[in-house]
Design a protein around this ligand. Structure first.
Ligand code: HEC
Ligand code: HEC
Ligand code: HEC
Ligand code: HEC
Ligand code: HEC
Length: 216
């Protein structure tokens, strides 16, 4: 039997085995690691269907309504919150008050039953997050939510993974903006780093990377 194989066959067989194992093993480990960080897994850029065709483009883009008119808790509380139906009626009692697209809104209002919106951005329950501190320290909505003013249906603009949070927490100066600009969708400084460094001092922003910042 042994004559069938040249001397050294054993070695090349072993080398082949090792290479295969590395390739397969590598693929088996790296594959899922890449997958869970891909936009597909993190459900980025997937628009979520909603009970009412609410369109931020019309309300924020065309009408120029400030985010805080509807997401009024965002500077005071951990959650930004979605507006109650009564806020919609502030305008829609007068305008578009016959629109079929607004029928579920009128129904909700008169039946005193809140509209149940589907959540787009969602962190696991073991992660602590707080909107108000980010806004107070000069992080804009657009940095985490993207161009909401250009979305017909809200989609998740960022992966919201731990690595993503830390990328900013390690070097916040790359993203900070003046507090007056936190809801602006188009603010773009000439020199982000210089501005960010100055604001970091002025607002007393620190790098926050200890585990208990977000896992408490
Ligand atoms: C006229 C009211 C109104 C204004 C103004 C408004 N929003 Fe909204 N927003 C809503 C409603 C209603 C929803 C829930 C339906 C949806 O997801 O589209 C929502 C949803 C969202 C969501 C997704 C929530 C989730 O489930 O993750 C984000 C993010 C958001 N808004 C950000 C903004 C930003 C940023 C601005 C300002 C640039 C803004 N909104 C202005 C009413 C408003
Ligand atoms: C500050 C005033 C204002 C508020 C508050 C407001 N809207 Fe509107 N909405 C408008 C205006 C103005 C238009 C028409 C925009 C256009 O066609 O360009 C509109 C259009 C719409 C339309 C499209 C109607 C159609 O037939 O095309 C829907 C749906 C809608 N709004 C839902 C909502 C909901 C839901 C809320 C509450 C979360 C809300 N709006 C709050 C001003 C407002
Ligand atoms: C530092 C990143 C960051 C900034 C800045 C930020 N958000 Fe969020 N937002 C998030 C995350 C993360 C979630 C998901 C929170 C969760 O599931 O607990 C979220 C959720 C939301 C929601 C869904 C309701 C809720 O509170 O869970 C709305 C609405 C929203 N954000 C609006 C805004 C608006 C408006 C601004 C600016 C005024 C803003 N966000 C600024 C990261 C951010
Ligand atoms: C673009 C920048 C940015 C992103 C992205 C970001 N943060 Fe922050 N975060 C900050 C800044 C700036 C502060 C304020 C730090 C300070 O005041 O020293 C902060 C503060 C916090 C605090 C309060 C810390 C404390 O001790 O009071 C928590 C909690 C937090 N972030 C959680 C998160 C989580 C969870 C994510 C990801 C889902 C996230 N952040 C994404 C910039 C960011
Ligand atoms: C700035 C916020 C932030 C800090 C600081 C942070 N984490 Fe996380 N962590 C998150 C978020 C957001 C998730 C959920 C998303 C994800 O899985 O990436 C997470 C998920 C996790 C998970 C779940 C497993 C996983 O990868 O999905 C573990 C374990 C974890 N963190 C451990 C730690 C440890 C240990 C530290 C300190 C060295 C730490 N975290 C610091 C935000 C943070």
């Amino acid at each position: 039997m042994s004559a069938l194989f040249k001397p050294g066959a054993n070695t090349s067989f072993r080398v082949t085995l090792v290479v295969l194992a590395l390739l397969l093993g590598g693929g088996l480990v790296a594959g899922p690691m890449i997958y869970v960080r891909s936009p597909y897994f993190t459900q980025q850029q997937d628009p979520v269907d909603q009970p009412v065709q609410f369109d931020h483009r019309h309300h924020v883009g065309d009408e120029g309504i400030d985010c805080r008119y509807c997401h009024s808790l965002v500077e005071k509380a951990p959650n930004a919150g979605v507006p109650p139906t009564s806020v919609c009626l502030n305008c829609h009692e007068q305008i578009w008050n016959k629109s079929p697209k607004l029928a579920p809104v009128r129904e909700s209002y008169f039946a005193d039953r809140p509209i149940v919106w589907n959540k787009v951005n969602k962190l696991p329950h073991f992660v602590y997050f707080n909107h108000s501190i980010h806004l107070k320290q000069g992080v804009g909505c657009v940095t985490c939510h993207g161009r909401i003013d250009e979305m017909a249906l809200v989609e998740k603009a960022q992966p919201l993974t731990m690595g993503w949070c830390l990328e900013c927490h390690r070097n916040p100066e790359r993203f900070l903006r003046p507090r007056e600009e936190i809801t602006s969708m188009t603010f773009r400084p000439r020199d982000q780093l210089a501005l960010g460094r100055a604001l970091k001092d002025q607002y007393h922003v620190h790098t926050r990377v200890s585990c208990t910042t977000c896992h408490r």
